[in-house]
Design a protein around this ligand. Structure first.
Ligand code: NAP
Length: 245
């Protein structure tokens, strides 16, 4: 059992990269953290790599594209904790690498990307929301990307304008849109729903092509997962503040 005082967080896609860093930071804040991974061996290895004295990190099997897996995970959390204080929708994939002109994208690529980034994220929120509602101060953070910002994509000579990616970028735009939809519905509850841009970070997704570390990328996400009662909801933020839609 978790300490009765400790908050419970679930982070999806947390066996590596930014998700693993989010788990470590939430655990250091005293959360009981469920490290979500779709593969049992990779998940167990990640839990072992991040566990140390004072951290309560536990493996949670969850494939966000598999309805049975999502339902089983919700049932596991319900049975063990009866609530969820923070849900971090971090699992995602990017199947394009720039230059990636939209006209050369395929529908197969779009469908695969949306299956995880959009439909997977939606299905997790739908399955976990009853548990988040039982928290005194539920927080939902959807990990988006600056590439999902239409405002940045329309700003000339920015990386967002110069690196079109039909499937990934528009999937993250949809993540931003679904963030607002849930935030609006929940506006009269204590629950806050926000989207986060971690910034361009050295992970497997970027072939480690950045000086930005997963720990740096995790900070704005953890800030949104631990917002105080007077914090914002229905917004899109990076470490510097508001990101344009
Ligand atoms: N890195 C960047 O520069 C950057 C920038 C902006 C936004 N982001 C976003 O940040 C998040 C984390 O990305 P990252 O850079 O840490 O990527 P990463 O190292 O590739 O990690 C992605 C994680 O998502 C998991 N995942 C993928 N599909 C899944 C599924 N169906 N069910 C459960 N887990 C699944 C992966 O699991 P497996 O190991 O089993 O594949 C992995 O744990 C993503 O949403 C990404 O779009 C990243």
């Amino acid at each position: 059992m978790a300490n009765a005082e400790s908050k419970v967080a679930l982070v999806t896609g947390a066996n590596k990269g930014i998700g693993l860093a989010i788990v470590g930071q939430l655990a250091d804040l005293g959360y009981t953290v469920l490290l979500g991974a779709r593969d049992a061996a990779r998940g167990a290895e990640a839990v072992a790599s991040i566990s140390r004295q004072g951290r309560d990190v536990r493996f949670q099997l969850i494939d966000i594209t598999d309805a049975d897996s999502v339902a089983r995970a919700a049932a596991d959390i319900e049975r063990e904790f009866g609530r969820l204080d923070a849900l971090v929708n971090n699992a995602g994939l990017k199947l394009e690498w720039h230059p990636s002109p939209p006209s050369q994208c395929t529908m197969d690529l779009v469908r695969q990307t949306y299956e995880t980034n959009v439909f997977g994220t939606m299905s997790i929120i739908l399955a976990m929301l009853p548990l988040v509602r039982r928290s005194d101060a539920g927080r939902i953070v959807n990990v988006s990307s600056g590439l999902g910002s239409i405002g940045l994509a329309k700003t000339p000579n920015t990386p967002f304008n110069l690196k079109p990616m039909l499937s990934y970028s528009t999937s993250k735009t949809a993540v931003n849109a679904l963030t607002v939809q849930f935030a609006n519905e929940l506006r009269d509850t204590p629950i806050k729903v926000n989207a986060a841009d971690p910034g361009y970070t050295a992970t497997d997704m970027t072939f480690h092509d950045s000086a930005r570390t997963p720990d740096m990328a995790a900070r704005p996400i953890v800030r949104l997962a631990t917002l105080p009662a007077d914090g914002p909801s229905g917004g899109f933020f990076d470490e510097s503040g508001v990101v344009p839609w």
